[in-house]
Design a protein around this ligand. Sequence first.
Ligand code: HEC
Length: 161
Amino acid sequence: MDIPRLSGQHASVLIKQLMDIRSDLRVNQEMKDYMFDSDLTLQDFADMAAYLQSLPVVGNIEQGPPELVTRGQALYASDCSGCHGEHGEGRAELFYPMLASQHYSYLLRELDLILTGERGNSNPAMPPILSNLSADDKRAVAAYLAQLPAPGRTVTPESPR
Ligand code: HEC
């Protein structure tokens, strides 16, 4: 699943990503074309971002290999939590994305796009950190994050919203 989960993501992050895509800072031609072709206004995008942030996060959609989770937890704590938060919650005011409960293959793809610079808009501190991770390390971090409940926001598919 290479389309990201948007529910529960910080509105500030969503708006930054939309504006980065619109100005080619984050490379995503399909979305850029859509943003220019649609008659949605900037206010509409801001309204959608606020709505998406308010949505509950339904857990366990796309998971990685469970046997890698423990290794991923240790790597995440040492290399990533300083920015993305102890529980993968991100930091809205600094535009750091929430990573908890994101889809496994989306995480893996973005890690590679950030490492090679193809994503365009990543934080410059990330590529040197990622270049020290093996392919298995990246799978492990992604597997850990995919199963991590979004702090205060996760609901199970059965629970009432
Ligand atoms: C220096 C702070 C910093 C560190 C350390 C860091 N990141 Fe990031 N990361 C960011 C920022 C800022 C963004 C968003 C950049 C942007 O605006 O596109 C980001 C984006 C991401 C994304 C894309 C999320 C999305 O929704 O598209 C992933 C995945 C990610 N980081 C994973 C990691 C992992 C895994 C580590 C540790 C190996 C890590 N990051 C370490 C700051 C950091």
